[in-house]
Ligand binder design. Structure first.
Ligand code: AHR
Length: 503
């Protein structure tokens, strides 16, 4: 018997506008993300500033609106002044987050240049591990103040007449984690974050600030941390961060594919905590969520560089396979389903380090399986998310009950007269017939049905075989009046693009 699922897509079921910043990413001074990733003077494709153009091109295609920088754990020991001024005079420093040597050849100004070339905004992070209010306000003054003060004039003397005008800033990183340089209790962090935020906004009132939530929902202080920190910072901050990583290291694919249900629960829990503090404070202000680290991460927890103090050693260069791409797809769908609350998200990370884009130092570049769902969502997932009204057969797995075989959401782009349905069939053996009722849209026409699938869920793209897992557009979606039917192959990622005319 055919497995069947149903989805009602109605133009009046408006959930929220997609904030394009949910297609953000992250570049940390970690492994070969910066050195050997985006920056490699001497590479055949390097431009005058040493930026690899092959990497730039692959990143531009992803249309990443915002990129978090410079960390991550790295930022908690980083003195930003080491990374500005003439490159020849920059000091080498020990990076205690990853036990490497940081050459400081790329710093704030180079990254701002690079991001501009990549078509992205920068989400800056300040160091609240070893530092505090003073350095944060100096950095804002250096980056964003036009001129006429010590730090802004220093920037101008470094060749940057125009301020960078970075708008979005993270108040430290994962400050609850014992691995963090200068880790803090919720009260210690909350007080520091509040004072830092206040003063940063005095320097530049246009800033939007992200305060650290827990470094994961599995942390022993999770929930209490969020409540305490928000209680202490509510009036000064705009977003609360969420971090989450998944993997199938236990080798249970059914359970792994259900991991986005954990992300869903995490988002709901953190949103509830925000609302609780809002109620407690009788505030009209709503705190939104920034999922500013999320991905599949298989090498998580593996030791820092085996041999200490190397310069940009390869770190966390995970190879992603077909099932990892499905989980990335399910996570993207999950965040879209919470578009009313999740306003920013950063795929962690973008290049070489737990990343969809890989480079060989001095050589070629290849795209991992996870590049494709992210590309598709970023390209076609802009507009209004419509409430997903779905009926799907379900299964139970080790950690989850009632896992729908169909994970799906639709995004309506009124301007273009298009709807995109993103859908994953989680079933490992069977195809799933999906009937979509577009009752309020009148006639629909299928523009394209993209599919990412592979017989072998462990298949991946590598330097030697970069084209093993590629999307194709031979999906079978077909429209008849207001009904669209597609048979989603087992374990597949689907992008069904429709042209519609609302009646
Ligand atoms: O993204 C890699 C690391 O994961 C980041 O530096 C840290 O914030 C998280 O633990």
């Amino acid at each position: 018997m055919t497995l069947k699922a149903f989805m009602a897509i109605d133009k009046d079921f408006i959930l929220a506008e997609v904030d394009p910043r949910i297609y953000g990413s992250f570049i940390e001074h970690l492994g070969r993300a910066v050195y050997g990733g985006i920056y490699e003077p001497g590479h055949p494709t390097a431009d005058g500033q040493g930026f690899r153009q092959d990497a730039m091109e692959a990143i531009r295609k992803l249309q990443v609106p915002i990129i978090r920088y410079p960390g991550g754990n790295f930022v908690s020991g980083y003195n930003w002044e080491d990374g500005v001024g003439p490159q020849s005079e920059r000091k080498r420093k020990l990076d205690l987050a990853w036990w490497t040597t940081e050459t400081n050849q790329v710093g704030t100004n180079e990254f701002a240049d690079w991001a501009k070339k990549a078509g992205s905004e920068v989400m800056m992070a300040v160091n609240l591990g070893t530092r505090g209010v003073d350095d944060a306000r100096n950095l804002v003054e250096y980056c964003n103040h036009p001129s006429g003060s010590y730090w802004s004039d220093l920037r101008i003397s470094h060749g940057y007449k125009e301020p960078h005008r970075f708008k979005t800033w993270c108040l430290g990183n994962e400050m609850d984690g014992p691995w963090q340089i200068g880790a803090k209790t919720a009260v210690e962090y909350g007080r520091l974050a509040n004072e830092t935020a206040k003063v940063m906004k005095w320097v530049d009132p246009a800033l939007e600030l992200v305060v650290c939530g827990s470094s994961g929902s599995g942390m022993p202080t999770f929930a209490e941390w969020e409540a305490t920190v928000l209680d202490l910072t509510y009036d000064q901050v705009d977003y609360l961060s969420l971090h989450t990583y998944y993997n199938n290291n236990e080798g249970d694919t059914k359970n792994f594919l259900a991991r986005s249900l954990d992300m869903d629960r995490f988002i709901r829990s953190v949103a509830s905590i925000c609302d609780y503090i809002q109620a407690k404070k009788r505030s009209k202000k709503k705190i939104h969520l920034s999922m500013d680290e999320w991905n599949v991460w298989k090498t998580i927890g593996s030791s820092r560089a085996n041999e200490r103090w190397q310069i940009a050693p390869p770190e966390f260069e995970d190879t992603y396979n077909m099932e990892d791409a499905l989980v990335v797809g399910c996570c993207l769908i999950t965040m879209l389903k919470h578009a009313d609350r999740v306003k920013m998200a950063c795929l962690a990370q973008l290049i070489n380090t737990i990343a969809p884009i890989m480079t060989e130092t001095g050589g070629d570049l290849w795209l991992q399986t996870t590049y494709y769902p992210f590309l598709h969502a970023s390209m076609h997932g802009r507009g209004t998310v419509l409430h997903p009204v779905i009926r799907s057969p379900k299964y139970d797995s080790k950690d989850f009950t009632d896992v729908p075989y169909l994970e799906a959401v639709s995004v309506y782009n009124e301007e273009q007269g298009q709807i995109t349905v993103f859908a994953v069939n989680r079933h490992l053996e069977e195809d799933l017939q999906l009937d979509m009722n577009l009752r309020s849209f009148g006639k629909a026409r299928v523009l394209e049905h993209l599919v990412l699938e592979h017989e072998d869920l462990k298949a991946s793209n590598t330097k030697e075989h970069p084209g093993r897992v590629l999307p194709h557009n031979r999906g079978n979606a077909a429209a008849e009046d207001g009904l669209v039917r597609a048979v989603l192959s087992k374990a597949s990622w689907n992008v069904i693009r429709l042209e519609v005319q609302p009646v």
